[in-house]
Every structure is written in structure tokens, then in C-alpha cells.
Design a protein around this ligand. Structure first.
Ligand code: 13P
Length: 251
């Protein structure tokens, strides 16, 4: 399975800076045997697409979507609209959306299914809070999030989704989850996926996110069961993200 690295800009870079980031990143020497994507704000999708031209690396990802194709949903953006930009992936259920925008498991499930229908791979973000881990409830919390998020996904054809394990306490904290704890959680997630999708689950990439940087990326990429990474802060500088991409695959 090819590893997948996704840069998540979060709420950074409007169209002007998005264009420069893409152009600068395109100048980086990138490893071939890895998939690379960049999750940009809605308003920057067009600029990112234009700066990419016919190039397909990095692939484009959105950071959110609504679950209907069209209609009276002021302010929302649908999967079919995202398709027009050639988005290959879309994040759903990022912890920042769950925390600040009230995104629920039910909404995440609807979004994931709508994306699958539109041919965009949902990147389902899950992860426990510090309090849940402290109480020994991390496994229970993550299992419930994954089960709910994949409930409406179909298991036919291509891999139905990507799952990103992002413990809330590790995001932006400089305190990444240890490779051993990450491995254990990825095994749990793999089990939940296998129960639903059978053999197809083997093709689903489970990636890790939370304070990933150029110093620790190779450790995650060599951890069993980790199929890639979702990188926030350390992806904002295109050259730094280029370094991370190169460090991710052994030369
Ligand atoms: P950081 O890499 O900044 O910790 O963010 C992780 C994240 O939330 C990516 O989606």
C-alpha cells in the first residue's frame, strides 16, 4: 500500500498565498512512491488548482463539505462542487470542527457517505481527548467514532475511505502520540474496518496526525500499521513539507 501524506493548512492561506505555496512546493524534489495531498480552504481551491495546471502532485483535498448535492443550505459547499476542482480527498470530522463547530458523529457519517458517492475519498478524522485517555476511555471513544463514521459507507469497488487517527491532545501541542500507542490505536481501527469491509479494509489507509514534523516523520512511517500522516503546522512552509515528504521515504 502506498503511503499517504496530507498537508492540512487549516484556516491559513487565501488564494494568493495558496498559489505561491503550490508553486514553491512544485519546485521541491519529491519521492515517487508516495501519495501527497494538500487540504486547502474552500476559497483557495481554485487558485491551488490553477497553480497546479495539469500537474497532479500534490493532489487537492478540501477540509470540509456538506452532505447534500445542492439546495437551500446557505454557506455550505457540496461534494459535487468539490469535484469541479478535481478534489481527490476531503477531511471530515476534524477535531477542530467537532470542538468549535459542533460537528457530530452523525454529521461526519453523512458527509463521508456523500463524498464517497461523489467519488472523493473521505479522510475521516478521529481521536480521543486528553481527558478520555486519562480515564482509560481512549479505545472506546475512537472505536465509537470510527464505527459511526463508516456506518453509511459502501464496501464495494475502491477503498471506501482514509482514516486519520489524530488524538486531540497531540494536535498542535508539540506532544505527539508515541509510536507504540499509535500502533495500538491503528490496530484497533483496522479491526473495526475489517469487521465492516472484510478484505477491502486492507486497502484502507490509516494515517497518523498530531505534531508530526521533519524530525519524527520517519519514526511514524516505519511504525507497523501507520500508512501515512496528516500534517498541520509543519506543512505551512512548502519547503518544510517537502523535507517531510523526503524524510518519509527511505532514500
Ligand atoms: P499539527 O500537525 O499542527 O499538530 O496538526 C495536526 C492536525 O490537526 C492535522 O489535521
Amino acid at each position: 500500500m502506498k503511503k499517504l501524506l496530507i498537508a492540512n493548512w487549516k484556516m491559513n492561506y487565501g488564494p494568493i498565498k495558496a498559489g505561491s505555496w503550490i508553486r514553491a512546493f512544485r519546485r521541491e524534489r519529491l519521492p515517487k512512491d508516495i501519495d501527497i495531498a494538500v487540504a486547502v480552504p474552500f476559497v483557495s481551491l481554485a487558485a491551488a488548482r490553477a497553480s497546479l495546471g495539469r500537474a497532479s502532485i500534490p493532489a487537492l483535498a478540501a477540509q470540509n463539505t456538506f452532505w447534500e448535492d445542492e439546495g437551500a443550505y446557505t454557506g455550505e459547499v457540496s461534494p459535487t462542487m468539490l469535484s469541479e476542482f478535481g478534489a481527490a480527498y476531503c477531511l471530515v470530522g476534524h477535531s477542530e470542527r467537532r470542538t468549535h463547530l459542533g460537528e457530530t458523529d452523525d454529521m461526519v457519517a453523512k458527509k463521508a457517505a456523500a463524498l464517497q458517492k461523489a467519488g472523493i475519498a473521505p479522510v475521516i478524522c478521529v481521536g480521543e481527548t486528553a481527558a478520555q485517555r486519562k480515564k482509560g476511555e481512549a479505545v472506546k471513544a475512537v472505536r465509537a467514532q470510527v464505527q459511526s463514521a463508516i456506518a453509511n459507507l459502501k464496501g464495494d469497488g475502491r477503498a471506501p475511505c482514509v482514516v486519520a487517527y489524530e488524538p486531540v491532545w497531540a494536535i498542535g501541542s508539540g506532544r505527539p502520540c508515541s509510536p507504540q500507542d499509535t500502533k495500538e490505536m491503528h490496530e484497533l481501527i483496522r479491526g473495526v474496518l475489517t469487521k465492516k469491509f472484510g478484505h477491502l479494509a486492507e486497502e484502507i489507509r490509516i494515517i497518523y496526525g498530531g505534531s508530526v514534523d521533519v524530525r519524527n516523520i520517519s519514526e511514524y512511517m516505519t511504525t507497523t500499521g501507520v500508512d501515512g500522516a496528516l500534517v498541520g503546522g509543519a506543512s505551512l512552509d512548502p519547503r518544510n513539507f517537502g523535507l517531510i515528504c523526503r524524510a518519509a521515504v527511505p532514500a
